[in-house]
Design a protein around this ligand. Sequence first.
Ligand SMILES: Cc1cc2nc3c(=O)[nH]c(=O)nc-3n(C[C@H](O)[C@H](O)[C@H](O)COP(=O)(O)OP(=O)(O)OC[C@H]3O[C@@H](n4cnc5c(N)ncnc54)[C@H](O)[C@@H]3O)c2cc1C
Length: 430
Amino acid sequence: MKKTVYPNYKTKCGWNALLPEHQEKPQLSEDINSDVVIVGGGYTGLAAAKRWFEIAPDDTITMIDASTNSEGSSGRNSGFLIEIALSNDIKSASLKKLTECNELISSTLIKIKEAISNAALDSQMHRTGVYRVAAGEAGLKSLQKYQEFLKASNLEFKVLNTKELNKRIGTTYYRKGLYNPHCYLVQPAALIRNLTDQLPSAIQYYENTPALECLKSKSHWIIKTPKAIIKTKKVIVANNAFCGKLGIGKHRVATIYTYAAMTEVLNEQTLSSLGTDNNWGVLPTHRLGSTLRRTIDGRLMIRSLYHYEKEENTDLIAKQLRHHLKSRYPNLPELDFHSVWGGATGLTLNGGPLWGEIDKNLFISAGCNGGGVIKGTLFGELLADSANNRPTPNIQQLFGQANWMPLDPFRKIGFKLVSMIERNKGKAEI
Ligand SMILES: Cc1cc2nc3c(=O)[nH]c(=O)nc-3n(C[C@H](O)[C@H](O)[C@H](O)COP(=O)(O)OP(=O)(O)OC[C@H]3O[C@@H](n4cnc5c(N)ncnc54)[C@H](O)[C@@H]3O)c2cc1C
């Protein structure tokens, strides 16, 4: 079987399909030299490119993406931009660290907001807040921990029971919820397209140009793409879940697929049964749980399920997502999904990122663990600083660092085993 070195999704991204057609950028077709090559044009790659240009505007900066970035995970995600770092550890030492992380995260969020303020597309970026919810015992336990963390961090929140949740989001599925205002919701494909439009024109951005190999020569790095070779002094690896496929960080980051489905716009009668809020997001308390959204244009979106290294059959996924949505909204009419799609996330064993210079002049930021719109932007920018010998905060100390993992078959067995146990524990949250 042919090795997958870059994403090749089974279906198009649903968010992207709601936008006007994307004008593709050229594919790289002749050999070039560059001062830096950025592999991957998602949030991490874009932020690195933009920052590099601020620091060294005379450098040749080349960015390549295997497809188009709004068809990558940067467009495929659920669009939650959380303003605060999460922690279940509420000791005072970690609270200090958390405050520092939160400052970095919220300043990044503000930069994103400013960058798109006059953008061509509406990113639908609104500070809606977020519901964290629990339906079963395991969920309730972790919701309790989360409540303690919010309290200890002096963060605003509201506890909601089933009735109150039902009033707001139209479902009696959950036994308890916590609402906190520290979250924005966005249309992710519009967001990444808008951010791409902000790139200085001096940055060469090639789409449909996957890196097939990244090789070290005596004084340079060589990036092989299908039609051309790039010779470069420095490389920023920003292809997240797929870094290991280039032989970079494969002991730290695994490729995990998760899935989303979005309904057509629901009719007025159905919408009026969905509670008083008209633009909301629900995050699960269990790590294998389902995410829900009601979009501002009147659709429901669900994200759930995980598969190791291989995207599952779309019909099967659609059936399971429909089931999970129906269990929350049994009175919904027969559901027509507008779109169903998978997306890859870079998973690390302990949730810490893989960040920094991992070989001479080879820099990486990967391992988003399913939450990297803001963090990717932050880490990408700081990676460009670091590669240009600028001071940066101590990322490893603040956000941790990805632990070593064995490769297959041990990793696959481990993933399957842990998922089985966790799926069982958090059944009600899925
Ligand atoms: C279904 C889903 C829901 C999610 N929900 C959220 C959410 O609500 N909030 C949140 O913060 N995060 C969420 N995430 C995670 C989020 O999408 C990622 O953290 C974010 O996209 C990371 O940005 P990135 O630039 O590091 O990587 P990516 O967005 O993965 O970008 C990497 C880019 O590299 C390209 N690439 C890959 N291989 C190669 C190669 N060999 N050569 C060249 N290019 C290559 C890809 O095409 C891609 O465009 C979700 C992810 C998924 C899949």
